[in-house]
Design a protein around this ligand. Sequence first.
Ligand SMILES: CCCCC/C=C\C/C=C\CC/C=C/CC(=O)SCCNC(=O)CCNC(=O)[C@H](O)C(C)(C)COP(=O)(O)OP(=O)(O)OC[C@H]1O[C@@H](n2cnc3c(N)ncnc32)[C@H](O)[C@@H]1OP(=O)(O)O
Length: 305
Amino acid sequence: MALASGVRFPARALLRPWSLLRDTTLGRSEPAAGGGGGGDGARLFGSQRVLVEPDAASGVAVMKFRNPPVNSLSLELLTELVISLEKVENDKTFRGVILTSACPRVFSAGLDLTELCGRNPAHYTEYWKAVQELWLRTYLSSLVLVAAINGACPAGGCIIALACDCRVLADNPKYHIGLNETLLGITTPFWLKDTYVNTIGHRASEQALQLGSLFPPSEALQVGLVDQVVPEDQVLSTALSEMARWLAVPDHARQLTKTMMRKATADRLLRQRDADIQNFVSFICRDSIQKSLQVYLEKLRQRKG
Ligand SMILES: CCCCC/C=C\C/C=C\CC/C=C/CC(=O)SCCNC(=O)CCNC(=O)[C@H](O)C(C)(C)COP(=O)(O)OP(=O)(O)OC[C@H]1O[C@@H](n2cnc3c(N)ncnc32)[C@H](O)[C@@H]1OP(=O)(O)O
C-alpha cells in the first residue's frame, strides 16, 4: 500500500490493510466499516494495539496505544498507528487526535529493541521504513495532535510526543521524557535531532542529546519539552482543554501555518529517505552496535524484581 508520504507498507498490511483494524464495539471482532467511526460518539474502532475512541460531536478522537507491557514500538504497533491515523484523517468528522497510553505507567518505551537486535537487513529496512512513515504521518498531520503523556516517555515515545502540536505530561517523578539513544550506544538520526532542536532549541538539544538526558516532569517543563505538567488524573481533561484551544483556530490557517513551520524539516528526510534507511541498516548491523543493544536489553530484563 502506498501511503501519502510515499512509503510502501509491509506485506501483511499490503494484502488487507483494513484487516488490521477491527471493530471493537461491544467487544465484537468484525472488519471495521470503511470511512471511520463518525456519526455515533459512542462507537469505538481500532485494532489490536491501537484503541480509537471517537467523539464525533467534538470532532476529536482519543487514540490509545495498548501494546503491553510497555507500548514498545513493534513493527505491528507502528503499522497499526499509521493506519489508524490515516483512517481518522480521512474521516472529515475529525479535526483532532489525542495520543495517549492504555498501559499503566508507560506512554511508550520507544522503539522495540527486539526489532533492532539479531534480525537481518531486510527486516531492519522494513522496520526503519515504518518508523519514518509514522514520524512523517504524525509530524505532517493536518489534524491537531495533542500528546496526553500518562507514563514514562523515553526515546521513540518522546519522538511521537515531539511530533504532536502540544504535550501534556502527568506530574509523576517516574515519568521521564527525552531522547536517551546515546546511552544505548546509538545515535539519533538527523531528522529526529532536527525535531528536538525545533522544540527546545540548539544548545539545550546539543546537551540533552549528547548526555542522553531523560527529564523528570518539572525539568521537561522548564526546558520546553512539554507544554503543561498536571496531576496524573487531569492529563486527559487538560489535553482536551488544550485541544479546544487549538480547534478554536480556523483549520485552513492553522494547517498552512503548521506546514510552513514543519515543511523544511520533513523535506530534509523526504529528500534522502532511501539513504537514511541504508545508513540505519548499515549502522544497526555493526557488531559493536548489536553488542551494545544486546547488553542494554539484557540489563533491562535483569532490572526486574
Ligand atoms: C554514524 C551513522 C549514524 C546513522 C544513524 C542512523 C540511525 C540511528 C540508529 C538508531 C536510532 C534508533 C533510535 C532509537 C530510539 C529508541 O526508541 S531505542 C529504545 C529506547 N528505549 C529505552 O531506553 C526504554 C527502555 N525501557 C525502560 O526504560 C523501562 O522499560 C520503562 C519504559 C521505564 C518501563 O519500566 P517498567 O519498570 O514499567 O518496565 P520494565 O523495565 O520492567 O520492562 C518490562 C518489559 O518490557 C521490556 N522492554 C522495556 N523497554 C523495551 C523496549 N524499548 N523494547 C523492547 N522491550 C522493552 C523489558 O525488557 C521487560 O521485558 P521482560 O523482562 O521480558 O518482562
